[in-house]
Design a protein around this ligand. Structure first.
Ligand code: 13P
Length: 252
């Protein structure tokens, strides 16, 4: 099965609008002539507009890092799905571990966001992953299953065909401690199997599953060549166009 390969840059709380323009200018000069990999950049909300000016000419799609589930109202500091659509966002990252752990987002809140994103035709990048304590107490599969099934509840097969799942073990994010290729493959296989059990083989086989957590060019070749790994969700190494492109080269 030839699945889509996807490379996503999650910039987290880095880069002003001016820095975003510089990134895309540099990216443009470094891009290979042709790539079959879908590239997506998720800047902070305040840099989405700057990104939208140049991303298209680089063939890069835009994603938001988060959103609120309400359409509008008295929700100080929040951003709605329609606001993201107006800034040409195609994707939204939901359930990132930093949202779950630092901002105490619950599975229920994440599910409300998923429903709102679906109503606005935003494609969802759903993040799942266990922390170190959960891994060490053999709870990895049950944590992945819980986060996954809660996110998928009420989601149709047609809707799921637009999704991307990102497996991001919390212990590997920003720590320099990347998962072993076999560990990533085991988690990705488990996720695909759950999708198969919940939906069917076709939707499971077509679903891109990305790995995230301390990805850089030096470590990604081995992970990327695992049969169930379809790309990466990259934090730190996506902030420089050069290191981002180096990761892309490991995928082709
Ligand atoms: P790092 O690549 O900096 O470890 O971050 C991973 C991540 O959280 C991407 O969403």
């Amino acid at each position: 099965m030839n699945r889509r390969k996807i490379l996503v840059a999650n910039w987290k709380m880095y880069k002003t609008g001016a820095e975003t323009l510089l990134f895309f200018e540099e990216l443009k000069s470094l891009l290979p002539q042709k790539t079959s990999v879908e590239m997506v950049v998720a800047p902070p909300f305040t840099s989405l507009e700057a990104a939208s000016k140049l991303s298209k000419s680089c063939g890069v799609k835009l994603s938001a890092q988060n959103m609120h589930w309400e359409e509008k109202g008295a929700f100080t500091g929040e951003i709605s799905a329609s606001m993201l659509k107006a800034l040409f966002c195609e994707y939204v990252i939901l359930g990132h571990s930093e949202r779950r752990h630092i901002f105490h987002e619950t599975d229920q809140e994440i599910h409300s966001k998923i429903k709102a994103a679906l109503q606005h035709d935003l494609k969802i990048i759903l993040c799942v992953g266990e922390n170190l304590e959960e891994r060490e107490s053999n709870q990895t599969s049950s944590v992945l299953e819980k986060q996954l099934l809660s996110g998928l509840s009420g989601v149709s097969k047609a809707q799921l065909s637009q999704w991307v799942i990102a497996y991001e073990p919390v212990w590997a994010i920003g720590t320099g401690k990347v998962a072993e290729p076999a560990q990533a493959e085991e988690a990705h296989r488990f996720i695909r199997r759950k999708i198969w059990d919940t939906y069917d083989m076709d939707v499971a086989a077509a679903l891109p599953i990305l790995y995230g957590g301390s990805v850089k060019a030096e470590n990604f070749k081995a992970i990327s060549s695992q049969p169930n790994v379809d790309g990466a969700l990259v934090g730190g190494a996506s902030l420089q166009a050069k290191s981002f492109i180096e990761i892309l080269k490991q995928m082709t």
